[in-house]
Design a protein around this ligand. Structure first.
Ligand code: FES
Length: 166
């Protein structure tokens, strides 16, 4: 290679310099805007949040339905969400089950069908669940009711996300 090949012309120097400076300035403008635009998506969804539902003193060994509301942030949108849980005492344990049938999502009720006492019953297709949420064989649901994560703080029962039991 000759020495001439290594020389950079004034035009090339200006082109490289202006391209570099222009790119740097553009990045300084575009990157903060992009970050601002996608920031809500990068935030945690709040799924790990715990919500106060009732007092431990309200619970018995019979499942009772409790409704609870909280604000849910979903990217740019905040909405009031209402959930329900069937909660009962199992010795020292607190069991909180989702009322959503694991067949097709109807709402189950406790002890509501006289032919199947002391079970959760789904009126849509006759799905049945035992007290601990286990699905009764031979009925449409193929998995147990989902179970909420439970915490007790100062006598108040907090529920987290309902998760599959299997
Ligand atoms: S939705 Fe509950 S049995 Fe079908």
């Amino acid at each position: 290679m000759s020495e001439k090949d290594h020389n950079v012309s004034r035009r090339q120097f200006l082109t490289y310099t202006l391209t570099g400076v222009g790119g740097f300035m553009a990045a300084g403008v575009v990157l903060p805007m992009a970050r601002f635009a996608i920031d809500p998506v990068l935030q945690t969804t709040g799924e790990g949040d715990m919500h106060a539902v009732t007092e431990v003193s309200e619970l018995t060994d019979e499942p009772q339905r409790f409704d609870f509301s909280y604000e849910q942030e979903d990217a740019w949108y905040t909405s009031e969400t209402t959930n329900s849980a069937w909660i009962y005492l199992d010795g020292d344990d607190i069991v909180a089950l989702s009322p959503v049938c694991t067949h097709l999502g109807c709402t189950v009720n406790w002890n509501s069908n006289e032919n199947h006492p002391n079970e959760f019953f789904c009126p849509c297709h006759g799905g049945r669940f035992e007290k601990d949420g286990t699905n009764v064989a031979g009925t449409p649901p193929t998995e147990p009711l989902h179970r909420y994560k439970v915490e007790v703080r100062d006598g108040t029962v907090y529920l987290g996300k309902a998760e599959p039991q299997i």
